[in-house]
Design a binder for this molecule. Structure first.
Ligand code: GDP
Length: 365
């Protein structure tokens, strides 16, 4: 499954946030945390629709879908030229599918900032520069080789050379690969380079507990937002310290605490949803009397591929997917009624599954 890595300079609130993630995961009975790698935090994906379906179907069991965060250890600064912990940092980033970059926006004189003052843009650039330098290193050997081949007019070498030149120029100007435009064909080539700066990124602005209600007036947050916008990256604003308190609570207690704080949704829930979106993930449901369950799939998947997430047999023996959209089902009030209204479609192998589809797979064993 896809995972988002949590990165950040020291003392920005990473551990506080990651502890909130593991705490929230430990509360849910579905993921016995003893079996999980300590650097991985598994959380439930919050989804109101699952509650509505549960009320409608009244199943024995309801199972949410989950999302994994990875805590990225290692030393950031100098990582691209470093050994040991620095290399570890880069190799861990290589293994994740997206990056959640925690940026310090809270001021607290008791907590030292690595560079002496709170400067979120400098922090962002420090990490991004390491990733850019690592990517430059990744392509440079190939670049030299391809340059020669292109001069010799070797077939396809010019195509490759043009892409690598574009990347190299960007990296030398401290631009990440994700900001560049490529054709579909070029994109396929770029993809297999496994660049760190191609991965989608979300900035997590960590504000102080007293600043949570008025983030608009936080200059540091505004700076992060402006920076993210020109990079087409997302931003969410959280207070890691408050998140660690929220993560101790569940259900009504959690609701009450959020009300007291004057916020609608916990920062962690926002982080989960934003990470899910950034990775192009969506949810479909299965709804039977035994179990109502949410399943994560990648947008663009066909019905057999989505069925394969439940079990490989479902994909192999796929016959059809009886599908109703969540909205149609809720409007009808029951599966039987939806069927009566002709809202349950019989979809075949080519069907592209949509977010919110409620599906019953038919398959041969
Ligand atoms: P890491 O080095 O990035 O993992 O940072 P930590 O999570 O260990 O946090 C460093 C220090 O900052 C700790 O003393 C935290 O309690 C404190 N801290 C983290 N988040 C916040 C916050 O939102 N507000 C305040 N005031 N302190 C925070």
């Amino acid at each position: 499954s896809l995972t988002a890595g949590i990165v950040g300079l020291p003392n920005v609130g990473k551990s506080t946030l990651f502890n909130a993630i593991t705490q929230a995961g430990a509360l849910s009975a579905n993921y016995p945390f003893a079996t999980i790698d300590p650097n991985v935090g598994i959380v439930e994906v919050p989804d109101e629709r699952l509650h509505t379906l549960t009320e409608m179907v009244n199943p024995k069991k309801t199972v949410p879908t989950s999302f994994e965060f990875t805590d990225i250890a290692g030393i950031v600064e100098g990582a691209s030229k470093g050994e040991g912990l620095g290399n570890q940092f880069l190799s861990h980033i290589r293994q994740v599918d997206a990056i959640c970059h925690v940026v310090r926006c809270f001021s607290d004189d008791d907590i030292t900032h690595v560079s002496g003052k709170v400067d979120p843009i400098a922090d962002i650039e420090t990490i991004n520069l390491e990733l850019i330098l690592a990517d430059l290193e990744t392509i440079s050997k190939r670049y030299d080789k391809v340059e020669k081949l292109a001069k010799q007019k070797v077939k396809d070498a010019q195509f490759e050379y043009d892409i690598l030149t574009k990347l190299k120029n960007a990296f030398e100007n401290e631009q990440p690969a994700r900001t560049l435009e490529f054709s579909k064909e070029e994109e396929r080539y770029v993809k297999q380079l496994h660049l760190l700066t191609s991965k989608p990124i979300l900035y997590v602005a960590n504000v102080g507990e007293d600043e949570l209600l008025d983030v608009e007036s936080n200059d540091n947050v505004q700076k992060v937002k402006e920076y993210a916008e020109q990079e087409e990256a997302g931003v969410i604003v959280i207070c890691a310290k408050v998140e660690s308190e929220i993560a101790e609570l569940e259900g009504e207690e959690k609701e009450e605490f959020l009300n007291e704080l004057g916020i609608e949704e916990s920062g962690l829930d926002q982080l989960i949803k934003a990470s899910y979106n950034m990775l192009g993930l969506a949810t479909y449901f299965t709804a039977g009397e035994q179990e109502v369950r949410a399943w994560t799939f990648k947008k663009g998947m066909t019905a057999p591929q989505a069925a394969g997430i439940i079990h490989s047999d479902f994909e192999r023996g796929f016959i059809r997917a009886e599908t109703v959209s969540y909205e149609d089902l809720v409007e009808a009030g029951s599966m039987a009624k939806a069927r009566e209204n002709g809202k349950v479609r019989l979809e075949g192998k080519e069907y592209i599954v949509q977010d919110g589809d409620v599906i019953h797979f038919r398959f041969n064993v």
